[in-house]
Design a protein around this ligand. Structure first.
Ligand code: G6P
Length: 367
């Protein structure tokens, strides 16, 4: 087993560090700088869809939420995202113009598989964004976009998540291009941004950045609760950050879209509550900085995740996690790595078994 962990203490840490390679494998051969083309080898007609349903569980569901932002923005198709266990039982509206996208690392999660069957039965076209080759879902969907993250052993998903989000970004670019809704300049910029992801994630894993996150994790590891806030395409990053933390550290964590803070979670804020705020480059950064000030005014402890070179958001925070600058629409991949490391070092400071957290299974194949 030690050999399989390749010198790392845990599979999870190994998989966190595998992300630059995993993302290279996700992206390779699919994005073409010279022509701006996105080649995903999907045999479905992108012009035929009037709505998209994204269906998934757990971490994959949050990748779906990022996908919703990206697809609606770049391809201008209405998207809804469901947790699979709800989709199955809520009589969803489906027609032959619906594209149902299931996202799954294992391709075996029973709720997602059954939701896929339901969507198919009702006439949707189906696409899987899947990691495990030859898994049940891959055999039942009309087409597959493999994310090629490689085997993931740690129960808490890391490289599969960032690969799924990258997959959704490519899908949004493909749909946007094929439907003519994506302006050429933005298309090229995002394509370039996507191609830089392996390098940006590599930068996130530089020792001084990792040590800084470890220090912050240790500082707050005795907190009873944590709050995570993010906006727009990074509100799912906040959800994923909270999920990662509770899965492996057992600290209670909640996440909210930052603008929603005033409608409830603000009541929880006191000097004992660490609040992780995703405050990387965004057209809404000013509003997020206001949220940081609101947390500070109530004595909360702010851990801000900011882009390199930022001084605005960082100025108001108790602790700062710097991440490499990235275009907002590709930043969820970069920011997720910071979330993983924060959860990881919190859990190890608490001596948790990060690879096998209590009560959780890597793949849930019974309802
Ligand atoms: C389990 C795992 C999660 C995972 C979810 C969905 O709950 O513990 O890490 O996100 O299943 O799994 P899938 O294989 O469908 O992505």
């Amino acid at each position: 087993e030690a050999a399989e962990k390749g010198g790392f203490d845990t599979y999870m840490l190994k998989e966190i560090y595998e992300q630059p390679q995993a993302l290279t494998n996700t992206l390779i051969g699919r994005l073409h700088d010279d022509t701006g083309e996105v080649n995903l080898d999907i045999n479905l007609d992108p012009a035929s869809f009037k709505r998209i349903s994204i269906i998934a569980c757990g971490t994959a569901f949050y990748a779906g939420l990022v996908g919703e932002y990206l697809i609606e923005q770049l391809a201008r198709i209405p998207v809804e995202v469901d947790v699979a266990s709800e989709y199955r039982y809520r009589s969803p509206l489906v027609s032959e113009n619906t594209l149902a996208i299931v996202i799954s690392q294992s391709g075996e999660t029973i709720d997602t598989l059954e939701a896929l069957r339901e969507a198919k039965k009702q006439g949707a076209k189906t696409l899987g964004v899947i990691n495990a080759k030859g898994s049940s879902m891959t055999r039942e969907v009309d087409d597959v976009l493999y994310i090629h993250a490689g085997p993931e052993i740690g129960v808490a998903s890391t490289k599969a998540y960032t690969a799924m989000v990258s997959g959704m970004l490519m899908l949004a670019l493909w749909l946007g291009r094929a439907r003519g809704t994506l302006n050429e300049e933005l298309g090229r910029e995002l394509l370039q941004g996507a191609r830089e992801l392996p390098r940006l994630v590599e930068e996130c894993l530089q020792p001084e950045r990792v040590e800084n996150i470890q220090r912050i994790a240790q500082k707050y590891h005795q907190a009873r609760d944590y709050l995570f806030l993010g906006r727009g395409v990074n509100s799912p990053t906040a959800f994923e950050g909270a999920l990662k933390l509770k899965e492996i550290s057992y600290i209670h964590a909640e996440a909210y879209a930052a603008g929603e803070m005033k409608h409830g979670p603000i009541a929880l804020i006191d000097e004992h509550l660490p609040v992780v705020v995703i405050a990387t480059e965004s057209f809404l950064l000013e509003k997020t900085i206001s949220n940081i000030q609101e947390v500070k005014a109530r004595s909360g402890k702010v851990i801000a995740v900011v882009s390199d070179g930022d001084t605005d958001a960082a100025r108001h925070a108790d602790d700062v996690i710097y991440v490499p600058r990235a275009a907002e629409m590709v930043s969820p991949v970069v920011n997720a790595v910071a979330m993983q490391l924060l959860a990881y070092f919190t859990a190890t400071a608490l001596n948790r078994d990060v690879d096998k957290p209590r009560n959780l299974a890597k793949s849930v194949t019974v309802e």
